[in-house]
Write a protein that binds this ligand. Structure first.
Ligand code: NAD
Ligand code: WQD
Length: 339
């Protein structure tokens, strides 16, 4: 198949593009590089042995997007493009509604114009808001911050679009906490500025870029008082996209799947696993809870297993080892380690 991958230069998009190329699909990436590097795409091409087509553009630019569809005629879309920083979304909500929600409407209109009837969308466990884990796809949804609301709104837009077009097949993937990197150490997560997320922060402490980890709270009702999350290897996630894409063939309608392991890991358990994988001590100090954080969050991944035949196979130790391989080979990410 020929796939349009929006946001394909980003963290999850680059790993998924690699998996698609290795499976024999052709990939056209549209990415505005607002949170990524062209170098990621070059390295995906090296690893796969062939280049994806890369177009630097914002998917909210209807004219550019239409020209991409006219030239490449994709069979399906995998839609990663969007802004993802929760804190930033509270400061710049309109940017998030434009880049995530409005841009997705433009994408869907363009797909309709060119008769493209299949889309897989990157949603998030954040749509479960304040529900109680483990989350099934039927757990109540409702987000607690502007970023989460963009994901929730896009899910509703996709559901309405599928209801109005009996040929449109929509797959919504609700990721839990993606971490890890390709085993080559050539591609990985490269956050700009101070990382918002736990594992990139730990990785930068291990690499000597930051002096210590700040643990946000040790007074939760959990195994050791620190927050528990369902970390899932990005290479497993990539495989989930291929499975969803295949499932949607001949199955129009709106489908939702959780992509998580079903297992929770605390902050301190993760620190210990990273130390074991890297052989490097991670200094940390305990600080107050981060506003908006929940104590525990993990998936019930049974539906993805049942319908997609997808299960996360990589454990926390491998996630840490692969993150560390990427981080130590590229201590400053893509920017100053090209080549
Ligand atoms: P990322 O920032 O690495 O990738 C997103 C890519 O989209 C970037 O390359 C960015 O330059 C591009 N982009 C952003 N807005 C664009 C636009 N309007 N037009 C064209 N390109 C645009 O993020 P990621 O971690 O790879 O996340 C991919 C998707 O998965 C996002 O939609 C994110 O919200 C979602 N998600 C991520 C996580 C996570 O923890 N990483 C969890 C759940 C869901
Ligand atoms: C994990 C745990 C923190 C950083 C976020 C988004 C969510 C989704 C995934 C996109 C928590 C603790 C963290 C640090 C810490 N993204 N922590 N020190 O908050 O589960 O989810 O990313 O959709 O929408 O909200 O992930 O990695 O930020 O935090 O102690 O420096 O690590 O308190 O318990 P989170 P995270």
């Amino acid at each position: 198949m020929k796939l349009l991958v929006t946001g394909g230069a980003g963290y999850i998009g680059s790993h998924t593009t690699l998996a698609l190329l290795r499976s024999g699909h052709d990939v056209v990436i549209v990415d505005d590089l607002s949170n990524s590097s062209r170098e990621a795409v070059v390295r995906v091409g090296e690893l796969a042995g062939r280049e994806p087509v890369f177009i630097e553009a914002n998917i909210g630019d209807a004219a550019r997007l239409a020209s991409v569809f006219a030239e490449h005629r994709p069979d399906a879309v995998i839609h990663f493009a969007g802004r993802k920083a929760v804190g930033e979304s509270t400061q710049l909500p309109l940017l998030y509604y434009r880049e995530n929600v409005a841009a997705t409407v433009t994408l869907l209109e363009t797909m309709a114009e060119f008769g493209c009837k299949r889309i897989v969308f990157s949603s998030s466990a954040t749509v479960y808001g304040a529900s109680e884990p483990p989350f099934t796809e039927d757990s109540p949804t409702g987000a607690t911050n502007p970023y989460g609301r963009t994901k929730h709104m896009i899910e509703q837009i996709l559901s309405d679009a599928a209801a109005a077009d009996d040929e449109l097949a929509v797959g919504v993937l609700r990721y839990f906490n993606p971490i890890g990197a390709d085993a080559s150490g050539r591609i990985g997560e490269d956050p700009q500025g101070i990382p918002n997320n736990l594992v990139p922060f730990i990785a930068q402490v291990a690499a000597g870029r930051r002096p210590e980890l700040v643990v946000f709270g040790n007074d939760y009702d959990t195994v050791d008082g620190t927050g528990v999350r369902d970390y899932v290897h990005v290479v497993d996630l990539a495989a989930g996209h291929l499975a969803a894409l295949e499932y949607l063939s001949g199955r129009p309608g709106f489908h939702v799947w959780n992509l998580g392991t079903g297992r929770g890991t605390s902050v301190l358990e993760l620190v210990a696993a990273y130390e074991a994988a890297s052989g490097i001590a991670i200094p940390y100090r305990i600080a107050p809870r981060r506003p908006g954080d929940v104590a525990v969050n993990y998936a019930d991944p049974a539906k993805a297993q049942r319908e997609l035949g997808w299960t996360a196979v990589k454990g926390i130790d491998e996630m840490c080892a692969d993150t560390h391989r990427w981080q130590s080979a590229n201590p400053n990410g893509y920017a100053r380690s090209a080549g």
